[in-house]
Design a protein around this ligand. Structure first.
Ligand SMILES: *Cc1c(COP(=O)(O)O)cnc(C)c1O
Length: 378
């Protein structure tokens, strides 16, 4: 069946990125594929299955529902929930052997209660606050929470983690070094307290690529696995240091032409009449709009590829449609494919370029592609 608007996932590129990134790992560090946000918009199960076949060691998701879907596909994989887990869901966590991120005493008590009732073990990853001011245990309450974990016979400290705050957008390593030092101190203190957590993890893509010291026993790869750089700075620094890594974008986002017409100079286009044709033009209507994730910020500024030619968005992006100028394309047919993000001929529209046009980052561009659009593995 043909689709009006869809996303294609390049399996070969995804596997190649995973293999290249694994090639960078220090020592015996394992590779965790981060699949939150519908696998960064690439398609959750589509990506999970390819990553699973590529032999990744673990999966990370945001929530228990994603974790349970993965568990039914991968009965014995290490699955880590990075985000918050509601206490009401502890029974699911325990029944399905999902590892969850924990950073307060109440969670330990709650997990112990339910795990003990069921004579099972709850696996936790203790998140340390080292400077991101997001989730995490402050170093000065570490001993209290370790005491609770020690008391909880059915709670196992499987991992210790943290997350860097300032690693993508800067060449100044000072804050990251400071965070890493705090993390290492906490890990030592945890070991000295008699715990032997297997999974010590803090590296996201930028750390995987630029800070091999941070790899520890597990790395969490998101954006880089999908063939995108964490930022221009990360890419430039990586090239300057001759890191042996080429990333290939995995995702192509496509739609189709649904009407073509010639309109004279002076014709207004779209809602609000915000754009008036300056010359006689050939205009194509496309079957994509902001519902699909094509941001309204690209009104009159976005560019798409038609038969390998760059074409400008005309007027405002609508909910399920938008108009483009195809005057420069020799032949345009109804139902013809149009590339919103990806390569066609000698041109490429990148997620980075789309992000810069509307003042955001490539992460937001791909994660906001509507999850209901079909994902096709090619
Ligand atoms: C999203 C996320 C990652 C992945 O980061 P990338 O920069 O996409 O590699 C890693 N760790 C945590 C805690 C995250 O939330």
């Amino acid at each position: 069946m043909l689709h009006k608007t869809w996303v294609e996932i390049d399996e070969r590129a995804l596997v190649k990125n995973i293999e290249s990134l694994r090639g960078l790992l220090e020592g015996s560090a394992r590779f965790c594929a981060v699949l939150k946000a519908n696998a960064y918009g690439h398609g959750f199960l589509e990506v999970a299955r390819i990553a699973g076949r590529a032999g990744v060691d673990a999966f990370a998701v945001d929530n228990i529902d994603e974790a349970l879907i993965l568990r039914s596909e991968f009965p014995s994989a290490l699955i880590i929930v990075l985000g918050y887990t509601m206490r009401e869901r502890y029974q699911d966590v325990i029944a399905s052997n999902i590892h969850i991120t924990v950073y307060d005493r109440e969670s330990i008590v709650g997990l112990e209660l339910i795990a003990a009732e069921r004579a099972k073990t709850a696996f936790i990853h203790l998140k340390i606050e080292t400077g991101t001011s997001r989730q995490g245990v402050l170093a000065d309450t570490l001993y209290d929470i370790l005491g609770d974990i020690g008391q909880a016979a059915h709670v196992a400290l499987a991992g210790v983690s943290t997350h860097f705050a300032n690693i993508e957008d800067t060449t100044d390593t000072q804050f990251a070094n400071q965070q890493f030092a705090v993390f290492q101190q906490c890990v030592s203190a945890i070991r000295q307290a008699g715990f032997q957590p297997e999974w010590i993890h803090c590296a996201c893509s930028a750390a995987i690529i630029l800070y091999p010291d941070t790899h520890q026993t597990l790395v969490r790869s998101g954006i880089s696995m999908y063939g995108l750089w964490s930022s221009d700075t990360t890419e430039q620094t990586s090239r300057r240091h001759n890191v042996a890594l080429e990333l290939e974008p995995v995702l192509t986002w496509k739609t189709r032409v649904v009407q073509v017409k010639y309109l004279p100079a002076g014709t207004p286009i779209g809602y609000g009449l915000t754009e008036i044709l300056r010359k006689n033009s050939r205009v194509a209507v496309l079957s994509v709009g902001y519902w699909d994730g094509y941001d309204r910020g690209w009104s009159s500024v976005g560019e798409v590829l038609v038969s390998g030619t760059r074409c400008k968005v005309l007027g405002r992006v609508c909910m399920n449609m938008m108009m483009i100028d195809v005057s420069a394309v020799p032949q345009v047919d109804v139902e013809q494919e149009v590339i919103l993000l990806g390569r066609s001929g000698r041109f490429t529209v990148t997620a980075d370029e789309m992000a810069k046009r509307i003042g955001t980052i490539n992460y937001e561009i791909v994660t906001r592609i509507n999850p209901l659009l079909p994902r096709i593995v090619v």
